[in-house]
Design a binder for this molecule. Structure first.
Ligand code: LTN
Length: 321
């Protein structure tokens, strides 16, 4: 199967990102033709600092490599992405773009930064996906509308210019853990909220322990999964289970007569141990930028090979060649 996904190089990666998507990519990478992309052209549609963008890209690449993802490339280095985005722009109704949820949300969030790139964000995303004739796109539920948009555009193009694109499908993993904020377990863990509510992969060991010990739980003192009434402890159980590969029922049994404090202490130590290995590898990659650049260059060439074939086909169908 051909698979495409991307992540924007904005901010740090946290355990919610890791358990929610990256772990799944790792699994997919083994058995499929995968294209994983660092979406720098999407990152510049919201306010950002040009002085740190490149550093963020390399840091994100090092993070992925440390986690085992290596079918990696940088979006802006494969020019076919922008070319295809322009070409399909010409069949996209503006009203459709104006109705997209993310556009409306981001426009509210950055009132002074409502640029045409933000409006056209879904078009570039459709180009990312269609360029590789991707069949499946592993993303979070929040991206569902973008994938549906991509299908609609692919269908429209195929009708207008002849069968060209594969209609991609969203891939929602069954065993994907949705990790919630440690301070408000009704909300998703997020890199933009309270830093005490979020564990970043690069957090210091004492920070990890402190954040877990300070996580919100209920007053019942029973370690039991109940996503409705015991959201806090259920979230911690999910994290424990995902990092230990133990079933939640087994963990509940092991902690039957133990306190929340004991459970949190063990969870903190488990995370420290798991993330220690990651951080060691991450630092090695960060200290060897030549190696990282080489991986990205190979990724670029591999992506370009596929992308240029699609562009050729599209140009021909649209009468440009
Ligand atoms: N919009 C996505 C990132 C993204 C993407 C893509 C995901 C850019 N291009 C193509 C899947 C396929 C996000 O913010 N998570």
């Amino acid at each position: 199967m051909r698979i495409f996904s991307a992540i924007r190089p904005t901010g740090e990666i946290h355990i919610g990102n890791y358990l929610g998507s990256i772990k799944e990519w790792l699994f997919l990478q083994d058995k499929n033709e995968c294209y994983f992309c660092i979406a720098d052209l999407h990152a510049i549609t919201t306010p950002y600092n040009p002085k740190t963008l490149r550093k963020n890209i390399l840091s994100l690449a090092s993070t992925y490599l440390a986690l085992g993802i290596d079918s990696l490339f940088i979006q802006s280095e494969v020019k076919e992405h922008t070319e295809l985005a322009w070409l399909i722009n010409t069949i996209v109704p503006v009203s459709l773009l104006q109705r997209m949820t993310q556009f409306k949300d981001k426009s509210k969030e950055h009132k002074e930064y409502i640029n045409a790139g933000l409006l056209n964000y879904p078009v570039l995303m459709a180009a990312d996906i269609l360029l590789y004739k991707s069949e499946k796109v592993p993303v979070g539920q929040d991206q569902k509308q973008h994938i549906e948009f991509t299908r609609d555009i692919a269908l429209k193009f195929n009708k207008q210019f002849g069968e060209t694109f594969v209609l991609p499908e969203i891939l929602v993993s069954k065993n994907q853990a949705k990790i919630m904020s440690l301070k408000d377990p009704t909300k998703k863990m997020s890199k933009t909220g309270d830093p005490k509510a979020c564990i970043f992969l690069k957090d210091k060991e004492e920070e990890i322990i402190k954040k877990i010990m300070g996580a919100k739980t209920d007053t019942e003192k029973i370690i039991k999964f109940d996503a409705e009434h015991k959201k806090g402890i259920s979230n911690l159980l999910s994290i424990y289970s995902a990092f230990s590969d133990k079933a939640i029922a087994l963990i509940e049994k092991e902690y039957k007569d133990k306190s929340y404090a004991e459970f949190k202490k063990d969870l903190g130590e488990l995370l420290v141990l798991k993330l220690r290995d990651f951080k060691k590898k991450y630092n090695e990659y960060l200290n060897h930028p030549d190696y990282v650049l080489d991986v990205l260059d190979k990724g670029k060439k591999r992506a370009q090979e596929k992308a240029s074939l699609t562009i050729k086909e599209v140009r021909k169908k649209m009468g440009l060649d």
